[in-house]
Design a protein around this ligand. Structure first.
Ligand SMILES: Cc1cc2nc3c(=O)[nH]c(=O)nc-3n(C[C@H](O)[C@H](O)[C@H](O)COP(=O)(O)OP(=O)(O)OC[C@H]3O[C@@H](n4cnc5c(N)ncnc54)[C@H](O)[C@@H]3O)c2cc1C
Length: 552
């Protein structure tokens, strides 16, 4: 990458020289290696690089530095080069500080000093970070811009779609000078917003998600009409299945109706996924998993919804919402679950305009200094509360039960208790929402007294009652009363195989009532609703796919 820099900063001159020397030895032919000996001088260097219109790929900062420690420096550096990958250099004794930095500055990695031999401890880390940085769309192309209204549901949908698909963009309000300038340049007006200006200068007025996907370089049309394996849903289970399927030589299609990552992609920090002792944000995990799936030649389609399955000889036809179809020898259903809508007067009209389902991380900076309400008592709600507390003046968690202990992991309860700006309101329900162009107040009901109160707020984030959206499957595969897909031994009633079952064997463990169609992750009846189990089931489904294909 011509002109891109790797910046290292350490106040100890000998260490500073050693880091720069090791980095230069391996990357000096492709990157400019810049060395600084204090936070302020490194910041000056970053500003200078910015002014020259050049880029910074990776920043390595020592933790213990006078004037400005490594975390403070990285936080300031994020404002200048938000896409640069961030590494903190620490001594073993400072590991705790490094772990807390993961939340503060969205650290990509911390490296324990000394890192000898660099071939083992330094270069693999930097190789992975540089690869990730190069794959960031904004690095290789100019920026996508979104011009819209602050309180427009459509503007929110566009921003949320781009953010969840990891497409960097710049958000400009239609009533600020730069927004007006862009609209004028595009020959458009406020009546056309949201307007998306693509990196090749095309202006899209009120785009659909499919328009956006096509214009920001995501594939939306299948390259073939026959696959070994079609995976429906690109959450952890689907991504897991795609990685294993494609890496094991199956021609694999992964179909996602909205954004890769599924529910996990909305998580601000997953702390219980094996191999990430310091936690990982849903966006980072998704980015890695998506790159891994693509590396093994998975074909990923975004904004394509599968609306029907149909047997076609020994294969299965997948029908898309636009009337087209593809055929696959085997299918993994990995469609997960979605939040149930909160049913209270006034809320439906305010969705996307103050009422949000899921974490809606794009909104967090706008909550600065305000009061935020979160409905739900599970881990997803707890994570959101911790995340929003970094921006909001006060975060209120509303739960129907007495306390969080029945529904939330203890590590999150501990975190919440340690944050004074978070308040838990037991036995409290939202019974209404009001506002003109956006949410202005919520009506809350105290379950003990039945009394209602109106509280002023513009922010409600709902995390309740996830349910599978599997109606489109009809009777094609057997489902339980709540819509979850039945698999394996759950399909055997008193030892009898499901109606219409033709093979001379029982269904495999994750196989549905349609032979060759498997279910993995949250959509499967009886599944554990966790990232690790979803990924594990995705992998296991692929081994059963092989068994199915061999036995045909
Ligand atoms: C905010 C939040 C935080 C969480 N934190 C944690 C945590 O810390 N630790 C943990 O272990 N778990 C956590 N979870 C739970 C975890 O994310 C889920 O268990 C996991 O994502 C389930 O994976 P999945 O692939 O089965 O389904 P999902 O993640 O739900 O993905 C399903 C995907 O399928 C797509 N899809 C659905 N229908 C169709 C269709 N017809 N056609 C095409 N695509 C379709 C959806 O758009 C979605 O992207 C969290 C969940 C949330 C919401």
């Amino acid at each position: 990458m011509q002109n891109a820099a790797i910046l290292t900063v350490d106040d100890d001159p000998s260490v500073s020289r050693a880091v720069a020397r090791d980095v230069r030895r391996r990357y000096g032919d492709r990157y400019r290696v810049i060395r600084a000996e204090s936070g302020p001088s490194a910041l000056d260097a970053l500003h200078e690089i910015k002014l020259r219109g050049e880029q910074v790929a990776v920043i390595l900062a020592d933790y213990r530095m006078p004037q400005m420690n490594g975390i403070e420096f990285l936080e300031a550096a994020m404002d200048v080069f938000p896409l640069a990958r961030r590494v903190l250099l620490t001594a073993y004794a400072d590991t705790d500080a490094a772990i807390s930095a993961i939340n503060i500055v969205d650290l990509d990695h911390y490296l324990l000093k000394p890192w000898n031999p660099p071939e083992e401890k330094l270069y693999p880390v930097l190789d992975a970070l540089l690869e990730a940085w190069l794959a960031t769309p904004a690095v290789t192309m100019p920026e996508t811009k979104v011009v819209g209204h602050r309180w427009s549901a459509h503007s929110f949908t566009v921003r949320d779609f781009l953010a969840r698909n990891l497409v960097p963009y710049r958000w400009l309000r239609a009533d600020e000078a730069e927004g007006v300038r862009l609209l004028t340049a595009a020959g458009m007006s406020e009546a056309d917003v949201p307007v998306v200006i693509t990196t090749d200068g095309k202006a899209l007025a009120r785009p659909t998600e499919a328009d956006l996907a096509a214009h920001v370089g995501m594939a939306t049309t299948p390259a073939s009409d026959l696959y070994d394996l079609a995976v429906i849903g690109a959450g952890p289970a689907g991504l897991g299945a795609a990685v294993y399927g494609a890496s094991e030589g199956l021609r694999t299609l992964l179909v996602e109706q909205r954004a890769t990552g599924g529910q996990a992609g909305q998580s601000s920090r997953i702390e219980n996924y094996l191999g990430f002792p310091d936690g990982v944000s849903g966006a980072q995990l998704t980015d890695r998993a998506r790159r891994q799936a693509l590396k093994f030649n998975t074909e990923l389609l975004t904004t394509r919804e599968v609306v029907g399955l149909q047997r076609s000889g020994s294969a299965t036809l997948l029908h898309f919402g636009d009337g087209t179809a593809v055929t696959a020898h085997t299918v993994v259903l990995a469609t997960g679950v979605s939040y149930r809508l909160l049913d209270a007067p006034g809320l439906a009209d305010l969705t996307g305009r103050g009422v949000f389902y899921g974490a809606a991380a794009t909104e967090a900076p706008s909550c600065a200094g305000e009061e935020v309400y979160i409905v739900g008592g599970a881990n997803s709600a707890g994570q959101a509360a911790v995340y929003f507390s970094r921006y909001a003046r006060k975060v209120h968690i509303l739960i129907r039960g007495e306390d969080l202990t029945r529904s939330m992991s203890q590590y999150l309860i501990d975190q919440i208790e340690a944050i004074p700006s978070i308040e838990v309101h037991p036995r409290t329900q939202v019974v209404g929402g009001e506002g003109r162009d956006h949410l202005e107040r919520l009506i809350l009901c105290d379950g003990r007294t039945g009394l209602t109160t109106a509280v002023p707020t513009s922010w409600l984030f709902v995390f309740i009652g996830a349910e599978p959206r599997t109606d489109w499957l009809g009777d094609v595969v057997a489902r339980d009363g709540s819509g979850y897909v039945l698999t394996g031994s759950d399909l055997l009633a008193d030892g009898r195989r499901p109606a219409g079952w033709t093979p001379s064997r029982d269904p495999y463990h994750l196989e549905s009532s349609m032979p060759g169609v498997f279910a993995a992750g949250d959509v499967r009846a009886g599944s554990v609703k966790r990232v690790a189990s979803a990924v594990g089931e995705g992998a296991m489904a692929v081994s059963l796919v092989h068994r199915y294909l061999e036995a045909r």
